[in-house]
Write a protein that binds this ligand. Structure first.
Ligand code: GAP
Length: 439
């Protein structure tokens, strides 16, 4: 269903959800900007993750580590050596590709159809830059390719200052950067993206049980937020695709229209690889002492890791529908709907005066002022009321509150539900309570 992606990309651009970065200069293929509605959607996705992973638990704490870390981190973690993809160049058009992305036998250049390529060489995906005013190698630093390393290098400080006992987790949301050879498919594969990662430190021997636990928890997070279970599946990595640090990784895959199934989130058993590596390279003790059993050990780590942008793409695809809706005149018309979970919807309620009549506007403004301290609301008075409902439907606004001439007498407004399109007359004085019960 490739045109579904076109429809979603076009809706995202048309409504200022996500659009190409630096577009007045022709854009930058792998960078995308989130507009006024997109930034709300993104905040909501991150908020939902933080709530589930940190706020509602007593065994996970948060962290916000620096993007530019000591270059020694990447030496210790193995990223300098092995965070690579096999790169080949077409001998005819000189375009570069990931060797494992090339299709056909013999392998065919997707750009010019040629069949001869250079030998594959390992291309490191980390972005390198210089710290300070000197540009020689001594000052080379890297933009982090994963947020995870912050949790490993800060493990001892966080454990001691928060006085946590194993098992416990450290969670972080933040930007990560990868110089991907083939970015694309809208916000699926970017060079600058955001990750939501949690490192859960457990006693060795209990790691497999905790791994299974987190796989189920993370799957449930997506279905609780409305993703259809038929569009999700679990897939264990084969031995030859495991990351250098992983004993077992299970991906939550989503039925993306462009790949059939594609990785949405990875849940890895990173063992004690990272803590031991940092201990070796830094000389700092990164063991944990269990005061109850009086044992000292390197905890094993279970890591659920998901991209914010990739999760947003899955939520958008899952929520997108085009359906026939009845019109006021008794016919039907097409309506585009983003049936987003209410927690994710960028705008929770739109206040719509029936017209720009000078008596209606103050009443509608009053309703807007009443609702906006509680939720992100929109005020829209442009165009016919039907048109305005459609505009809110296609960005997923769960409720529209219409103020009409009757409002001036009965102090009530019409609340329209996005999904059922049913309308209910609710006293203005009870609007907050009415919406709170439903949001
Ligand atoms: N710390 C482990 C780690 O980074 P990963 O599977 O490479 O594991 C985790 O990345 C998640 O980050 C992926 O499942 C995906 O959702 C997201 N992700 C990875 N690379 C991405 C990219 N280039 N663009 C957007 N999201 C990406």
């Amino acid at each position: 269903m490739p045109d579904l992606m076109e429809q979603i990309t076009s809706l995202a651009k048309r409504r200022g959800i996500v659009f190409p970065s630096s577009e007045i200069y022709g854009g930058l293929r792998s960078s995308w900007d989130y507009g006024p509605l997109g930034v709300e959607l993104k905040r909501n996705v991150k908020e939902a993750w933080w709530r589930a992973m940190v706020q509602l638990r007593d065994d996970v704490v948060g962290l916000d580590a620096a993007i530019i870390m000591s270059p020694k981190v990447w030496e210790a973690s193995g990223h300098l050596e092995v965070f690579t993809d096999p790169l080949v160049e077409c001998r005819n058009c000189h375009q570069r590709f990931r060797a494992d992305d090339l299709q056909g036998e013999p392998k065919t250049c997707p750009n010019c159809g040629n069949h001869t390529f250079t030998d594959a060489r390992n291309f490191n995906l980390m972005f390198r830059t210089h710290m300070g005013p000197v540009e020689d190698g001594a000052e080379d630093v890297y933009l982090r390719p994963e947020t995870a390393q912050g949790m490993f290098v800060d493990f001892a400080t966080v454990q001691q200052t928060s006085r946590r006992k194993v098992p416990f987790g450290i969670a972080q949301i933040g930007k990560a950067f990868r110089n991907e050879i083939t970015p694309g498919n809208f916000i699926f594969r970017m060079r600058e993206f955001e990750q939501m990662e949690m490192e859960f430190f457990v006693k060795p021997g209990t790691d497999e049980q905790w791994h299974d636990y987190w796989i189920q928890e993370r799957l449930r997070w997506f279905t609780d937020l409305g993703v259809h279970p038929d569009n999700l599946r679990l897939r264990a990595h084969d031995a030859d695709e495991l990351s250098h640090y992983s004993k077992r990784t299970v991906d939550i895959e989503y039925r993306f229209p462009f790949t059939d199934w594609g990785e949405l989130e990875g849940i890895a058993n990173r063992t004690d690889y990272d803590l031991k590596a940092h201990e070796r390279h830094s000389g700092e003790d990164l063991t944990y002492f269990d005061p109850e059993t009086e044992e000292r050990y390197h905890p094993f780590v279970i890591e659920p890791a998901v991209g914010v942008d990739r999760a947003i793409l899955a939520f958008l695809i899952d929520a997108y529908r085009v359906e026939e809706a009845p019109t006021a005149k008794g016919g039907t018309e097409k309506r585009t709907l983003l049936a987003l979970h209410k927690d994710l919807a960028p705008i929770k309620a739109a206040v719509l005066p029936l017209s720009r009549n000078e008596r209606l506007v103050p009443a509608a403004r009053e309703v807007f002022d009443l609702l906006k301290p509680h939720w992100m609301c929109d005020y829209d008075d442009a165009g016919s009321i039907g048109r305005r409902y459609r505009r809110q439907d296609e960005v997923g606004t769960p409720f529209c509150v219409t103020v009409d001439f009757d409002t001036l007498d009965d102090r009530a407004a019409t609340v329209r539900d996005r999904d059922s399109m049913t309308q209910q007359r609710i006293p203005v004085a009870s609007l907050v309570e009415h919406l709170r019960e439903r949001l």
